[in-house]
Design a protein around this ligand. Structure first.
Ligand code: ADP
Ligand code: MG
Length: 214
């Protein structure tokens, strides 16, 4: 069964603007980490937004669990997004007014998970990611590497089958980059998740199972 693929994909920000992806067809492999590479401006971030159903393609399809998403109503798309997809952005931009644990459980609200169940799950994830001791801190009180691990916990909290990450090691030192990659590789292998990382970091590319160059 296919988890995530695209067919004849193209996207334009404006009607007469440049078409990104040029009719891309590709099947992402479950259980693998795919590095999405290519020069700056080629559309890596945009492709993550399209895969994440935040932008609608100008042509072609995103197919998630065998369902072409262009046919889906907005309400279905939001539901799919909440349950099947996890996102990690470059500068994890956690809400400065919330504690770490509250940031991690926020996506569960949209997925309709009971708060106590969510808190237990978040505590376990933060423990696995080595930031449990920071649960009741605010983002200003933790390091960049810790913030990125919190962002990964947030992405994993709804147990998504697909994780989309945009330059997740962009601001990390080599040790933190390695630990984030360990987490992604384990998340892919342990639960057959499909992981797509937009990056131009040679280290990430060296750790990826597959490379899709735009
Ligand atoms: P990458 O992540 O590979 O650097 P992006 O997906 O950010 O590439 O951008 C691809 C192209 O789309 C670039 O030419 C960029 O200027 C353009 N672009 C990105 N975001 C927007 C936007 N919101 N409106 C119009 N053009 C955009
Ligand atoms: Mg980008």
């Amino acid at each position: 069964m296919s988890v995530l693929s695209v067919k004849d994909l193209g996207f334009r920000y404006t009607k007469d603007g440049e078409e990104l992806f040029g009719g891309l067809s590709y099947e992402f492999t479950p259980g693998k980490v795919t590095a999405l590479t290519g020069p700056s401006g080629r559309g890596k971030s945009t492709l993550l937004y399209v895969l994440g159903l935040m932008l609608t393609p100008s042509r072609g399809e995103v197919i998630l669990h065998d369902q072409p998403q262009s046919m889906a109503a907005d309400a279905i798309r939001s539901k799919v997004r909440a349950h099947q997809l996890g996102f990690v952005f470059q500068d994890s931009s956690l809400d400065p007014s919330r504690t770490i644990i509250d940031s991690v459980i926020e996506p569960t609200i949209y997925a309709g998970v009971d708060r106590q169940v969510a808190l237990d799950r978040a505590a376990l994830l933060l423990e696995q990611l080595g930031v449990a001791a920071r649960s009741d801190h605010k983002p200003g009180q933790i390091s960049g590497g810790q913030a990125q691990r919190v962002a990964v916990a947030r992405a994993l909290i709804n147990d998504p089958s697909v994780i989309l990450a945009d330059e997740p090691t962009g601001n990390l030192d080599p040790a933190n980059a390695a630990s984030v990659l360990d987490i992604f590789c384990e998340a892919a292998a342990a639960k057959q998740r499909t992981i797509v990382i937009a990056t131009h970091d040679p280290y990430v590319i060296s750790r990826a199972d597959e490379v899709l160059e735009l």
